[in-house]
Write a protein that binds this ligand. Structure first.
Ligand code: 0GY
Length: 306
C-alpha cells in the first residue's frame, strides 16, 4: 500500500475475498468497466483529484480477472489520476493484449500523444459530467477532443446522471464518434422503468450511435439487498432497468465490475456475487454471450477471436 497519500476519510476498500461465482462466465468474457488506482508511490494521484482512493494496482486487477473467469478488461481512466494516464497505460501494456484502455485527455493533447496511446491499446476517451468527480469542462473543449480522436476510430465514454441528460443530449448526439454510456446513465430506480426519465434515456440510445454499460447495480440500487454474504439475488430494484436495456439494445450492451468501486459509502460489493447478478439481467445464453463476449469484442478487439 502507498504511504505517499492518505485515503479520503471513510474510504471503503474493495472486497478482500470475493466469492467464486456460481454463474460461469462464457469463455472470452470482457469486464468492460474497471479501473486501476496507483499504486500512489509509483503513479501519484492527481493534484486536482476529488478523492484519494486506496491503491488498487494492475496485479490485483489481473488476480480478480482470473478469479472471476474474465478473459479481458477495459480499464477506464479514473478521475483521481486526472489526465495522467500512466497507471492505466501501464496496466493495459502489462496485460499483453488482454486489456484496452479509456483515457482522459485535454484539448491540447498532441497527435503524437494520441498515436502513442492508441499503440498502447487505448480505444477511447472519457467525458465525465459528475460535478462531485470533476470540474466541468466547456463543451467546445470536449467537442474538440471528440474531433481529434475520431480519425483513430475511438469512441467517447460518457458518465452522467439521469437528470443531466436533457441538458446534454443535444451536445452528445452531435459528436462525430460512437458513445458508450456508463451505468445506464444512472437512472433513478425508484421511478418506473417506463417513466419519463428512463424513457428519455432509452429514446436517446435508440436515436444515436450509443452503447450502454449495464453496470454498477450497487451504485444505483436503493432497495438492495447488497451483493454480500452469499446474496445471489442482489439489487433487485435495478434488474428491470438493466433487463429493459438488454432486451431493446442487445447488440449494444456491455458489462463491467467497476472494480475497485470508487466512492461507495454504504458497502463495497463482493465481485463474485456481482458476476452472479449477470444472469438476472441477461437471461438467455444468447443475451449473455452478446453482453459479455460478442459486443465488447466487436468494440474493443474487432477482427479478433474471443
Ligand atoms: C465509476 C464511478 C465513479 C468514479 C469514477 O473515475 C472516477 O473517479 O468513475 C463514481 O464515483 O461514481 O464508474 O467508477
Amino acid at each position: 500500500m502507498s504511504t505517499a497519500f492518505a485515503k479520503t476519510p471513510g474510504w471503503l476498500d474493495w472486497h478482500p475475498d470475493p466469492a467464486r461465482p456460481r454463474f460461469a462466465l462464457p469463455p472470452g468474457s470482457v469486464d468492460a468497466h474497471c479501473h486501476v488506482f496507483g499504486p500512489g508511490d509509483e503513479f501519484p494521484y492527481a493534484p486536482e483529484r476529488k478523492y484519494t482512493p486506496c491503491d488498487a494496482g494492475k496485479a490485483q486487477l489481473f488476480a480478480l480477472r482470473d478469479h472471476l473467469g474474465v478473459s479481458r478488461n477495459v480499464i477506464v481512466q479514473a478521475t483521481c489520476h486526472g489526465a495522467d494516464n500512466s497507471a492505466m497505460v501501464d496496466a493495459v501494456r502489462a496485460a499483453g493484449g488482454r486489456a484496452r484502455g479509456i483515457a482522459t485527455v485535454r484539448p491540447d493533447v498532441t497527435d503524437a500523444e494520441l498515436r502513442e496511446l492508441d499503440a498502447a491499446g487505448v480505444r477511447g476517451v472519457r467525458f465525465n459530467f459528475l460535478k462531485r468527480l470533476v470540474d466541468t469542462s466547456p463543451q467546445d473543449e470536449l467537442a474538440t477532443i471528440a474531433r481529434r480522436i475520431a480519425p483513430l476510430g475511438w469512441h467517447v465514454v460518457v458518465y452522467f446522471e439521469e437528470s443531466d441528460l436533457p441538458g446534454l443530449e443535444g451536445f452528445l448526439g452531435a459528436l462525430p464518434v460512437p458513445l458508450v454510456v456508463d451505468h445506464m446513465g444512472r437512472p433513478d430506480v425508484t421511478q418506473p422503468v417506463g417513466g419519463p426519465g428512463f424513457g428519455r434515456f432509452l429514446r436517446f440510445v435508440d436515436r444515436h450511435d450509443v452503447w450502454v454499460k449495464v453496470s454498477c447495480p450497487e451504485r444505483l440500487s436503493v432497495a438492495g439487498p447488497p451483493a454480500l454474504d452469499g446474496e445471489r439475488h442482489a439489487y433487485t430494484d435495478v434488474v428491470p432497468f438493466a433487463r429493459r436495456v438488454v432486451e431493446e439494445f442487445g447488440d449494444r450492451v456491455l458489462w463491467g465490475t467497476d472494480w475497485p468501486h470508487p466512492n461507495l459509502t454504504d458497502h463495497v460489493p463482493d465481485d463474485g456475487l456481482l458476476v452472479d447478478h449477470v444472469p438476472h439481467v441477461a437471461v438467455t445464453a444468447e443475451q449473455q454471450h452478446a453482453l459479455l463476449v460478442a459486443n465488447p469484442m466487436r468494440l474493443y478487439w474487432p477482427g479478433e477471436d474471443a
